[in-house]
Design a protein around this ligand. Structure first.
Ligand code: GLN
Length: 466
């Protein structure tokens, strides 16, 4: 698929379509959709902005590439004056007081936000069923889950309800739903895009990530959102990635993959066969492919969930009905906190808060939390060694195909294990992209920190290779 952003931009400039008609068409599609992708529509804001773009065009003024392009936002980003619910009962009526940096940069470039998108509550989940807005249905087969936690965002892109959407990826939440709905989804290097205004889940792995139908659109949106932000001290200055740079893959000579991912008993036979066939096609192009050793899936999943639960328990402690959240009054203050949180958080979120507080508590922290931190260091060390040997690492996005709606809720542990291939790259804070090719749920491409360009280059090369 070619760039939709470029195509729509030309249509607007040539006056083949009006921005108002375009935005209205997308709003109508979103309103009628039966996949449960919408938490709230930003119709009046979007139509006001569209009218301004139309006026500019009518006056013969030049418009920027992103000006007038309608996009979606996972409902965990602050956009001043809009509902930001995190798909939770607790924040059902919460309105953002300010706008997230990443979203502000898109607004400054003239892109038009049209929808706050359904997702797993606070990013907790892999299926977008942990939500008060109804389970998100897969774009290809509505009996299957949309993936998660950025399920609504991936489905909206797949269905052309949005031109691109901004998801959030802590342990796979952009990459996995992108794979489940056959679109591109990027988790950039941690710190490339500011997290300011993204509701915190696990701060040490949270990343802002674009979802789109073409690599070029991912590149455009990534460039706009990237950059140092004094409001997020983990951000860094990065070079914009040029369109031309993607067309040469000469600097990619060696590709690695994790042997144990592919030899695992948990992998679906078809996913395995497709992945191995992709490897053969890559080799046939003269690229060396190396099988690498890596940590067992169980170790990756336990390490990730220990740290993610610890961080989310800490981050969500502020949601007690005092400054934020629907307060439920009880006999005294302590009871008020307890009832507010017990009644308003979902089962899955409560499981994580309880688990997180447990691993952080005295008597357990050394053995569990600190151990997870130590393993995380080993995982990062392993990646460093790997990237001395290979330029990029590829892997399937998930061991199996999307589950039927309802199944993940019955077995949380199985859901956690379905994240086996995405969480390691999150712990390593590495740039990782899902491409909608190679297996039924796509392929992930990963490179060393800040080598986001290399990831996009290899994805471009794969377009004609597999
Ligand atoms: N499925 C993973 C989790 O529940 C990842 C979610 C995410 O990236 N927000 O933690």
């Amino acid at each position: 698929m070619d760039s939709q952003i470029h195509k729509i931009h030309q249509q607007l400039v040539n006056k083949e379509i009006s921005c108002t008609a375009l935005v209205q068409e997308k709003l109508d599609l979103l309103k009628q959709n039966t996949n449960h992708t919408v938490n709230s529509l930003l119709d009046s804001l979007a139509l006001d902005l569209a009218a301004k773009v139309d006026t500019k065009i009518a006056k013969g003024e030049t418009i920027g590439l992103l000006e007038g392009i309608p996009f979606g936002i996972k409902d965990v980003y602050m956009v001043q004056g809009t509902y930001t619910t995190a798909s939770s009962n607790l924040l059902k009526n919460y309105k953002s007081a300010y706008t997230a940096t990443a979203i502000q940069k898109l607004l400054d470039a003239g892109a038009i936000p049209i929808v706050k998108e359904n997702c797993d509550s606070f990013g907790h989940g892999s299926s977008s069923e942990n939500t008060i807005f109804g389970a998100v249905k897969n774009a290809i087969d509505p009996n299957l889950v949309g993936g998660g936690s950025s399920g609504g965002s991936a489905v909206n892109v797949a269905k052309d309800y949005t031109v691109f959407s901004i998801g959030g990826d802590t342990g796979g939440s952009v990459r996995q739903p992108a794979g489940y709905n056959k679109v591109y989804g990027l988790k950039p290097t941690y710190g490339r895009i500011s997290r300011y205004g993204l509701m915190a889940y696990a701060s040490s792995t949270d990343c802002v990530g674009p979802i789109a139908k073409s690599l070029e659109d991912i590149r455009i949106v990534l460039n706009v959102m990237s950059g140092k932000d004094i409001k997020d001290q983990t951000t860094y200055v990065s070079e914009p990635i040029s369109e031309a740079s993607l067309s040469s893959s000469q600097d990619i000579k060696t590709v690695g993959y994790f042997k144990n991912f592919i030899e695992s008993e948990a992998i679906d036979a078809q996913v395995k066969a497709d992945f191995l066939a992709s490897i053969d096609k890559i080799k046939a192009k003269g690229i060396e492919v190396k099988a690498l050793d890596f940590f067992e899936s169980e170790t990756l999943v336990s390490t990730y969930y220990t740290l993610a639960m610890a961080e989310t328990a800490s981050n969500l402690s502020r949601l007690d009905g005092t400054n934020y959240g629907n307060r439920i009054e009880a006999e005294n203050l302590k009871e008020t906190y307890a009832v507010t949180r017990s009644e308003n958080f979902s089962e899955e979120t409560k499981r994580r808060i309880v688990g997180g507080n447990q691993v952080l508590s005295q008597g357990f922290a050394d053995e569990i939390y600190l151990k997870a931190l130590a393993i995380r260091d080993q995982i990062s060390g392993n990646f460093e060694t790997d990237f001395n040997e290979v330029d990029v690492i590829i892997s399937p996005v998930t061991p199996s195909t999307p589950p039927k709606i309802g199944n993940s809720l019955k077995d949380p542990l199985a859901m956690y294990l379905s994240d086996a291939y995405t969480v390691g790259f999150s712990l390593g804070q590495l740039p990782t992209l899902t491409v909608p090719q190679g297996t039924t749920t796509g392929l992930q491409i990963t490179a060393a920190k800040d080598k986001d360009e290399l990831v996009l280059k290899f994805a471009n090369f794969l377009k004609d290779t597999i």
